[in-house]
Design a protein around this ligand. Structure first.
Ligand code: ADP
Ligand code: MG
Length: 740
């Protein structure tokens, strides 16, 4: 049984050149990254075209999908004079009208496309030099012998579904379809990961018939059912993987960090200048319960922008320090790590002054570790971490480096989780003996997405904002339609500064990219999907616009600039100056997107706003309105009324609900982007599953996975599933390694 399955899986993982010609296999690999039988089989059609009803040759409409019957009346093959290649021109006539078929670089077709033959031609109508034509039509000859049945054959041909595959110039859809047909014809069985019982219960066809149904459907209903079964397969495999991970976590032993009175946490609470919100108290209680257990906490804290996640994390860290452990706080950017270091040191005050003048009895030490520190500081910081002197270690990716070792790492906190992969958080956790884990994200995501992406985590939600916050007002200004409003926006910044407040100006690009493209790219705004053609101008560059603003509308205020290419001391200095109020306006790239917290900043102007994603704008906007004064966010853009870009901006302006915005955002993205790079579930694994559209499918896959794992935790009876899981885990690992 097991060996049989092994063979099935081996057949599935075999290289394509085993079944297709070498040349074809090469093109499939270079053009579409399809290397194995499974890769090809799982290259699903994007949609299905109908060949089109039989159409008469006169009155063809541009863009229409048609099937025509006609007789070949003229064939010309032309060699290009100026470049390589040829064009085969075929005139087809129905006795009254003519239409031209063209084939590029396919002179060989001349052998079969001969004058006098009758055939069906199917394709899309286009116009070239005023003449209607079909370019690269599908065709099928109607031989004279069956002229009787020609009519009915024609009808059947016209109504069949033609799968349309994601294709490339070298590999048109029909060619991919042929390769798939070839492979399907020789492929015997296919591995079936869904237990028979589940399949029966949910009424899905077998894996083999689902695969045939998706590639060679006779009806749309069959194709839809096949798709559903295959999407379920994806969801199910993933949910089993996540379920196994949860089980593994529960079996790990870690040191409980029970709450102890009379320690740092109690002192901290007593000094806290505000009351915790109800949500903060509830989440803190959940975390404290987790920390008391003897298996590691594995919790995701999802909080709206500005909901006060840092305090919750800090309280957890203090509890762990009280119980004898050290804590690591991993931040995605240097700017954010530096800010956490400053604000946590500030919040702790003398509680963070271990061995220093003014430190209290059981105080601890907070250290910062980033990649760009000088050697001496770095060495002494590493020593503090290794000796256990440092209770709280804040840092960027530098924390993951091999030479960072902890005396007793008890808790890992990952801020803005969406910037990290599973492997990265695991790399940090490996520095302790099953430390507890708290990951935080301000990118709220719908439940099923959380289930898919973070399925191995328990989830806490912090929805409410601390009291006394004034809402942020957002306006969209089109600089083409309303240039005067742009002027007004700058005036507004100056007025806010006059009132003692501060402002941000956000630009999508650093500029002067020649200098160092790599550093720039990490800070760039995420390009919005499918809008390249809509907007050709290069995004506004910080290095170009900043001097113009400083000499123009912002000449009367103190301006600082911040971007990823600055040296880390410079970043720290600028951010500190701004936080202290020594700068009025900060012109920045998306380095300030997450986490930056300066409550005195009230206004934000985003230039070229259409260059940013919906969630990204929501995050950015969360930088203002953090104090008691109302926040104002002005999105300046070229996007004109009625364009998709403009609609996205209007959506951001219309609501402050991060959950709703992330939904809008997700709906517009490809799945790979939704799930991030190496979160649970690798982008190549989820081909059909759409986390928003397939909510109920994911729910039922999760339920089925859980009950299967209860019955058969080691999956002894599910060898196909076990094989699929190991492929999935390897892929996940590889994609992490590739990212570096
Ligand atoms: P985020 O959840 O976006 O990371 P932060 O943790 O940066 O938010 O908190 C935002 C601001 O709110 C900080 O200045 C913090 O000190 C403040 N804050 C946190 N909790 C409360 C509270 N309960 N009452 C008032 N202010 C709070
Ligand atoms: Mg934060």
């Amino acid at each position: 049984m097991v060996s049989e399955t092994g063979e099935l899986t081996a057949q599935f993982q075999a290289p394509l050149k085993k079944y297709l010609g070498d040349k074809t296999a090469k093109v499939l690999e270079s053009g579409l990254a399809l290397r194995t039988v499974e890769d090809l089989i799982r290259h699903y059609p994007r949609r299905y075209a109908e060949r089109g009803e039989l159409t008469s040759l006169d009155g063809l409409l541009d863009g229409e999908l048609v099937t025509l019957v006609g007789e070949i009346s003229k064939v010309t093959n032309r060699q290009w004079k100026t470049r390589k290649g040829s064009m085969l021109e075929v005139i087809v006539s129905d006795g009254q009208s003519n239409v031209t078929m063209t084939f590029f670089n396919q002179a060989w077709r001349e052998r079969e496309i001969r004058i006098g033959r009758r055939a069906l031609f199917a394709g899309k109508v286009s116009t070239y030099k005023g003449k209607r034509q079909l370019s690269h039509p599908d065709y099928q000859f109607l031989d004279a012998s069956d002229s009787d049945s020609a009519e009915s054959k024609a009808r059947e041909y016209a109504s069949a579904l033609v799968p349309v595959y994601p294709a490339t110039a070298k590999l048109p859809s029909w060619k991919i379809g042929q390769c798939i047909d070839t492979v399907l014809a020789v492929l015997g069985e296919v591995p079936d990961v869904i237990p028979v019982k589940v399949r029966k219960e949910l009424g899905f066809p077998s894996a083999a018939s689902a695969i045939r149904g998706v590639h060679q459907p006779e009806t749309r209903a069959e194709a839809a059912k096949a798709r559903e079964a295959l999407a379920f397969e994806e969801a199910f495999t993933l949910q089993v993987l996540l379920g196994k991970r949860r089980a593994r976590l529960r079996s790990l032993v870690s040191r409980p960090r029970a709450l102890r009175g009379g320690g740092l946490l109690e002192e901290f609470d007593a000094r806290l200048p505000f009351d915790l919100t109800k949500g903060q108290r509830e989440v803190s209680a959940e975390i404290e319960t987790d920390l008391c257990r003897s298996h590691p906490m594995h919790r995701l804290l999802q909080g709206e922008v500005g909901s006060g996640k840092t305090v919750v994390a800090l309280r957890a860290m203090l509890a762990v320090i009280d119980a004898g452990g050290q804590c690591a706080l991993l931040a995605p950017t240097e700017v954010l790590a530096q800010q956490h270091f400053r604000s946590i040191s500030l919040m702790l005050g003398e509680l963070a002054m271990k061995n220093m003048l003014g430190g209290v009895a059981h105080s601890t030490k907070v250290v910062l570790l980033t990649g760009s520190m000088n050697t001496a500081t770095r060495r002494s910081t590493l020593l503090d971490i290794a000796s256990g002197e440092a209770g709280i270690v804040i840092g960027t990716h530098a924390l993951l480096s091999e030479n960072v070792s902890f005396a007793e790492l008890g808790l890992v906190v990952v801020d803005e989780q969406h910037r990290f992969g599973v492997e990265q958080r695991d790399a940090l956790r490996a520095k302790g003996e099953q430390p507890h884990l708290l990951v935080m994200t301000a990118t709220p995501i719908p439940r099923t997405v959380a289930m898919t992406v973070f399925g191995d985590l328990d989830v806490s939600i912090l929805a409410e904002l601390p009291k006394g916050r004034s809402p942020i007002t957002t306006h969209v200004v089109s600089q083409i339609e309303k240039p005067a409003f742009v002027e007004r926006a700058w005036q507004r910044v100056v007025e806010e500064v006059a009132k003692g407040f501060q402002a941000y100006v956000v630009v999508p690009r650093i500029g002067d990219e020649g200098a160092n493209d790599d550093a720039a790219s990490e800070e760039l705004a995420e390009p919005a999907e499918g809008e390249e053609s809509e907007n050709k101008r290069r995004p506004i560059a910080l290095l170009e616009i900043a001097p113009q603003l400083e000499q123009g509308p912002l000449s009367s205020v103190r301006v600082g600039i911040l971007h990823g290419r600055l040296a880390s001391e410079e970043k720290d200095r600028v951010m500190s100056d701004f936080a202290r109020g020594d700068l009025d306006v900060l012109i920045a790239t998306t380095v300030i997107e997450v986490g930056v917290d300066v409550p005195n900043a009230t206004t934000m102007i985003v230039l070229d706003a259409e260059r940013f994603g919906v969630s990204q704008l929501h995050q950015l906007r969360g930088r203002v309105g953090r104090g008691s004064a109302p926040g104002l966010c002005i999105l300046i853009s070229d996007a004109e009324e009625g364009t998709p870009s403009r609609e996205r901006l209007d959506a951001v302006a219309a609501t402050l609900d991060g959950f709703e915005l992330s939904r809008i955002d997700l709906e517009q993205r490809r799945e790979g982007d939704v799930l991030g790079t190496s979160q649970s579930g690798n982008r190549s694994h989820l081909r059909l599953l759409r986390v928003l559209r397939d909510e109920s499918l994911i729910e039922s896959a999760r339920a089925a996975a859980i009950s299967l794992l209860e019955e058969d935790p080691e999956l002894n009876n599910e060898s196909d599933l076990v094989a699929a899981l190991s492929v999935l885990e390897t892929e996940e690992h590889v994609s992490f390694m590739e990212k570096g």
